[in-house]
Write a protein that binds this ligand. Structure first.
Ligand code: ATP
Ligand code: MG
Length: 430
């Protein structure tokens, strides 16, 4: 009996980046790393798997992420509950505490990589997606909140992205939120009749999130709810004004959004989001804020912190709308050969070119000149180098410029002695 194999496909909501888009991702990552290092941010890499309790404690029990989006499982070997990171901050803070990173000085750090959330897949919303996560650990002032926000606006400039708006709010401090929360719960109790199921369930556990509803029937109630901003004390107001002043200094415009609470529990003072109407329903490209209580909550010596995360799939989508993809060539030089001896020579020659920093593909196997030239052209290479029987006999190679528009063939192809070839090509390759 013959066995029938069924095709194995990718897990729903998890994407493959094929070579063309892979090149584009690399390009983005290079620009991002450069942008971050211009501000003195340094790379960290933390594990994808963490103890589940890191996130339940660090993100908060009554959040979308912890309630319904985490990929958690029991390690069958030792019974531990583990979770694939749904965001970076908790893990970054855990690592900073575990390795005493803040012992000597504050740290500006970043991480980039995949995170996992069990959501309904759609444009801009996946189950595995990527984040650029940036954290300033151990720094308390509004100067640093503003630095981070200005920094994000520079990324839009670097990538040529327009039409992104900054929304800003302050969540104040614990006591201020507690006073507001009491007033808010009273308001929700008085309007119980308009609350939906989720609203009723969360009104005592996370009343702020009840206001973040998209349910049209609850909008009027949400609009009339007591505003957290009115409960802020002098310190919180001064911090917020400090951020706004610095944004004004830098010419960064913003919209105050008193309803913005962010999805995670741990924020205080400044919270912000960058939103756009270019991404359909998934409008937020970047979200962040201050989380001065988190380090202590996770067992560290109390220290302030502020950070943000950018969703890279949404960023790629947006970037593509302003800077259409410019396909990168696979190599600079494509080596064509004819015959066994020439093929072996070509392999050695290619190593010499790579020594000189010239990226090179050697045609694999054999084939007619015509078919090899077709491959050379398809690779996007700038130059084809041909090693045929005639060339080998005369100790030379033919060099053909593949991308010279409107030049005569005589100019486009010439014979170059092998001993001069590397220098000759180095001069031609840009
Ligand atoms: P949303 O309201 O869109 O669910 P969020 O508040 O859950 O966003 P954060 O936890 O702040 O998002 O994550 C930071 C960024 O990561 C978001 O601004 C967004 O760009 C991106 N992001 C969040 N969830 C997803 C997802 N499922 N797929 C792709 N990108 C995402
Ligand atoms: Mg979400």
């Amino acid at each position: 009996m013959t066995q029938v194999f069924t095709k194995v496909t990718a897990v729903r909501g998890m994407n493959d980046a094929l070579p063309d888009s892979g090149a584009r991702w690399e390009q983005l990552e290079e620009l991002v790393r450069r942008w971050l290092s211009d501000y003195g941010y340094r790379n960290m890499r933390t594990p994808i798997l963490e103890h589940t309790r890191l996130f339940t404690r660090g993100i908060g029990e009554v959040t979308d992420i912890v309630e319904k989006e985490m990929y958690s499982f029991t390690d069958s070997l030792n019974g531990e509950s583990l979770t694939m990171r749904p965001e970076f901050t908790a893990g970054m803070v855990r690592a900073a505490i575990e390795h005493n990173l803040l012992y000597e000085r504050p740290q500006r750090v970043y991480a980039m990589g995949p995170v996992f959330r069990h959501e309904r897949p759609q444009r801009g919303r996946y189950r595995q997606f990527h984040q650029i996560d940036v954290e300033a650990l151990g720094l308390a002032g509004p100067d640093i909140d503003a630095e981070l926000i200005v920094m994000v606006t520079r990324l839009w400039k670097v990538l040529g992205i327009k039409d992104v708006q900054l929304e800003l709010n302050s969540l104040g401090q614990g006591e201020e939120r507690a006073a507001h929360r009491a007033a808010l719960i009273a308001h929700l109790e008085a309007h119980k009749d308009v609350l939906d199921e989720e609203g009723l369930r969360r009104m005592y556990t996370n009343p702020l999130r009840v206001l973040d509803t998209k349910n049209p029937a609850m909008q009027a109630m949400a609009d009339a709810a007591p505003k957290l901003f009115d409960f802020l004390g002098e310190g919180s107001r001064a911090h917020f004004a400090g951020v706004c002043d610095r944004l004004d200094d830098a010419g960064v415009s913003y919209r105050l959004n008193p309803r913005m609470v962010r999805g995670l529990d741990y924020y205080n003072l400044t919270v912000f989001e960058f939103v756009t109407d270019k991404l359909g329903a998934q409008a937020t490209v970047c979200g962040g804020g201050r989380y001065d209580g988190l380090i202590e909550l996770l067992g560290g010596k109390p220290a302030p912190a502020v950070g943000f995360a950018i969703g890279m799939e949404r960023l790629m989508d947006l970037w593509g709308q302003y800077q259409p993809q410019n396909l990168r060539p696979e190599c600079s030089v494509y080596l064509i050969h004819q015959g066994d001896a020439a093929q072996r020579q070509a392999a050695l020659l290619a190593e010499r070119l790579r020594d000189a920093g010239i990226s090179t593909i050697v045609h694999a196997g054999s084939g007619s000149f015509k078919s090899q030239f077709k491959r050379a052209d398809g690779s996007g290479a700038q130059i084809a180098v041909i090693l045929g029987g005639d060339e080998l006999a005369s100790g030379a190679a033919s060099v053909k410029m593949l991308r010279l528009e409107g030049q005569s063939d005589a100019l486009a192809q010439q014979l170059v002695p092998l001993e001069n070839l590397v220098a000759f090509l180095k001069d031609k390759v840009n």
